[in-house]
Design a protein around this ligand. Structure first.
Ligand SMILES: [Zn+2]
Length: 480
């Protein structure tokens, strides 16, 4: 038996038909920070991400470019895997594709259980549907017959017989569950939003499509004419990634006892905190532990990012110019944890110069240069254990508070050098100067531990320089 306590965390699974965007980069970086935090606190962490590959959009896009659908999704899934290195994501992350054979059979097993429990039925219906949102749209939600979020997609008119999930049966169970779990959705204002939505009453939703019209999907068990559509396929990944249903040990450890935590954007509030939870209840499976909802990125002044305005920032742009850890710091420190925030290259540049070039970069260089030239003995220096010094704000997913407190310590160490002036003292009282530099290096060792979840590569680099008592051969962060 593993002695460590288990912990499970997942991102949502993006569709693979577009280049990875900066919103998903924020989601996976923030989930990674929490996964690293939990690991450093001594937990056995299962961290999941992947790609959602069965939607109508993908099928339509593959047809448009004249490519076989599987070849098309394979090509795009590779692009998403590249994110791991680019964003400094933990090596041991699990990457699930909804076209994996095991996932497909798990989705079918999940369907069968819900059907046996009486929550799936078939009916003829007509709706207007946005394949961008993967949601039904009422006339009042459309502008000029288009979805305002996806004006480039044509609204589909669906008139066919499909299977439905009896979502309406879960109004009371969901409200009871929320009442018993007062921190189920973070932040509170999103929790309030979903409660209000549920209180207004729930409508059953469609979970299949006619195979003759849209063949790209997991076969509905016992019905050759239909394929699963979106939710009973995509959402089941959160447990199929654990090997459910066959691998009951892993499921027991990480889903039942691992406080399963789901990170997502605000456009996923309903899917993660209501639809998926009702589906779990319908299959007699335990609910998630917590749903964390990020805001969106905007352009300058809160304007929506769009290609036509030309204010789209990609993760590549930031990483190419400033490095992976800069992007990780930016989405932790400078971006609101839960509200919408502007993301511009100007803001990235300002953060980079103030916090990395002048802040930590300058401190590392000054203090280690003095340690080396004054021959300061730091053999007695002990790096603290992360678990002993971790900031409690992690448990509220408030990385801005965490990072601001680290930069306050960096500022204190800078001030200590300015106040004690070891570069002057050394000429008259070298022991006093050495003691002052020793004090600063001790603080820096602590900072390198505190930085571990947020900027792991930088943290390692600083720790290594301290251990060798070596000034960096080139600045940690080059001025731009
Ligand atoms: Zn839409």
């Amino acid at each position: 038996m593993n002695e460590q306590k288990p912990f499970y965390i997942t991102t949502t699974l993006p569709y693979v038909n577009a280049e990875p965007h900066v919103g998903f980069a924020m989601e996976i970086i923030r989930a990674d920070i929490f996964a690293r935090y939990k690991k450093l606190m001594g937990y056995d962490v299962f961290f999941n991400t992947g790609t959602d590959e069965h939607c109508q959009k993908l099928w339509a896009d593959a047809l448009k470019v004249g490519e076989d659908v599987k070849t098309y999704v394979d090509r795009h899934a590779v692009m998403f895997r590249g994110l791991k290195e680019m964003l400094g994501i933990s090596d041991d992350i699990h990457f699930i594709r909804t076209t994996d054979a095991h996932h497909e059979s798990a989705a079918q097993e999940f369907w069968k259980r819900v059907e046996q429990n009486g929550y799936i039925y078939k009916k003829q219906y007509q709706i207007k549907y946005c394949v961008g949102c993967e949601l039904e749209k009422t006339d009042s939600e459309l502008i000029d017959s288009k979805c305002p979020i996806h004006p480039t997609y044509t609204i589909e008119l669906i008139d066919e017989e499909n299977y439905f999930f009896k979502f309406s049966a879960f109004q009371k169970p969901l409200l009871d569950f929320y009442a018993k779990n007062p921190h189920f959705v973070v932040p509170d204002f999103r929790f309030h939003e979903i409660k209000t939505f549920i209180e207004a009453g729930l409508e059953d939703f469609s979970i299949s499509r006619l195979k003759s019209k849209m063949p790209w999907g997991v076969a509905v068990p016992g019905d050759d004419t239909q394929v699963m559509y979106v939710w009973f396929d995509a959402l089941v990944n959160y447990i199929s990634t654990l090997g459910w249903p066959e691998n009951s040990d892993q499921f027991e450890t990480f889903w039942k006892n691992g406080n399963p935590t789901q990170y997502c954007g605000k456009d996923n509030l309903r899917q993660q905190s209501a639809m998926w939870q009702a589906m779990l209840m319908a299959a007699d499976l335990p609910n998630s532990h917590q749903i964390v909802i990020n805001g969106f990125f905007t352009g300058d002044g809160g304007i929506k990012m769009s290609k036509s305005i030309g204010n789209v920032v990609t993760p590549n742009q930031v990483v190419d110019e400033y490095g992976t850890d800069m992007l990780r710091l930016f989405v932790s420190k400078e971006v609101s944890m839960f509200e919408d925030s502007p993301f511009t290259l100007e803001r990235v540049a300002a953060t980079y110069n103030a916090n990395l070039v002048n802040g930590i970069g300058n401190l590392v260089s000054r203090s280690l240069t003095m340690a080396q030239s004054y021959d300061v003995d730091i053999n007695d220096l002990v790096f603290p254990q992360f678990a002993d010094i971790a900031h409690p704000a992690y448990e509220r997913f408030d990385y801005a508070e965490v990072t601001n407190s680290i930069w306050a310590e960096i500022a204190d160490l800078d001030k200590y050098i300015t106040d004690t002036e070891p570069f002057k003292t050394f000429k008259v009282d070298p022991d006093k100067a050495r003691a002052d530099v020793h004090h600063v290096i001790t603080g820096l060792a602590r900072v390198s531990m505190l930085l571990q979840p947020i900027m792991p590569a930088t943290a390692d680099k600083i720790a290594e320089l301290i251990k060798k008592r070596e000034k960096p051969s080139e600045p940690l962060f080059i001025r731009k």
